[in-house]
Design a binder for this molecule. Structure first.
Ligand code: GUN
Length: 298
């Protein structure tokens, strides 16, 4: 068996198309232009690439983008003051503070400052609480992207066995919650799970979000399972030349794609979906803040 490849790039393009139409409709019907503010602290190269892409795509779908770069010596109080200013700015519908933050800043304190209605990352305790108790809040972008791809592949997910490998607040925990809401039987595994291979082998759906290069092996995977690889790991690639590197996921892709029914590649799988879902969340937040039913945008 050779797995079908789930094309996250194409899927994300479709979402951005729908967001572009919604943004145009918000302007034409309601005279509203959604605005997304992105705050980055310091010069972490990976974060900078990520934020550049967010800013570029925000403009491409017709939203207002506000980009704030703060020096890594900024104090927690100064960052919190910036977030408070954005909370009070009516032109800003969504706020994202790029993580990780420098060690001297308490991430939770900053996230809890973001107004829950503008928390397009879905990281605020109000939003994670809503997700855990039946929904209605903002849903974290990466798990939302994974769920949309799974629903596209399977339709109804009811009764399927899912294993989420990884327990972060950003991916693992909200992903498990979304799968549970979709009526899957969910196991949350992690780097200390005993006999991880057996947990993975029992699953119809594998979500790999553990942050360890190619940790999940092909012979762990149940024949025909759907594999969603959230990992983005840069590893040395001496075969490409001295000092060269390449990106791999948390799944040993070549092996897994011979067993799985469907699989996301790295890059080009989950990655592009995260920003597309961020833009989608910004439209959702804008609609909620203005009491507009998104279904009426069309
Ligand atoms: N850093 C890595 N992923 C994310 C994300 O989804 N949101 C934010 N704010 N920071 C991140």
């Amino acid at each position: 068996m050779t797995a079908s490849i789930i094309d996250g790039k194409a899927f994300a393009e479709n979402i951005r198309g729908a967001v572009t139409r919604d943004v145009a409709s918000l302007k034409n019907k309601h005279d509203i232009q959604p605005g997304l503010a992105v705050v980055i602290v310091g010069d972490d190269p990976a974060s900078q690439v990520y934020v550049r892409n967010k800013v570029k795509q925000t403009a491409e779908v017709g939203m207002n983008g506000f980009h704030f770069h703060m020096d890594d010596t900024v104090s927690e109080a100064e960052l919190i003051a910036k977030v408070t200013e954005l909370n009070n700015d009516p032109a800003v519908n969504g706020i994202l503070v790029q993580l990780p933050l420098p060690d001297h800043i308490n991430e939770a304190a900053v996230i809890e400052t973001i107004a829950p209605a503008k928390d397009v990352d879905g990281f605020h305790v109000v939003n994670s609480g809503l997700l855990a108790t039946g929904g209605g809040g903002m849903v974290p972008c990466t798990p939302l992207g994974c769920l949309l791809m799974l629903q596209d592949k399977h339709g109804d997910l009811s009764g399927l066995k899912a294993v989420v490998v990884g327990r972060s607040n950003i991916v693992g925990k909200p992903m498990a919650q979304l799968l549970l809401d979709a009526n899957c039987t969910v196991t949350i595994a992690h780097s200390r799970t005993k006999d991880l291979a057996n947990e993975v082998a029992a699953a119809d759906i594998v979500i790999a979000a553990v942050g360890r290069p190619e940790m999940i092996k092909g012979d762990w995977i149940k024949k025909g399972a759907t594999v969603i690889d959230v990992g983005i790991n840069r590893i040395p690639a001496p075969e490409k030349g001295e000092g060269k590197t390449r990106l791999v996921g948390d799944v040993a892709y070549a092996e897994a794609s011979r067993v799985a029914g469907a699989i996301t590649p790295v890059p080009g799988g989950v990655g592009p979906m995260t920003i597309a879902c961020l833009l989608k969340n910004t439209v959702t937040a804008t609609c909620k803040q203005n009491q507009i039913d998104p279904e009426t945008l069309g």
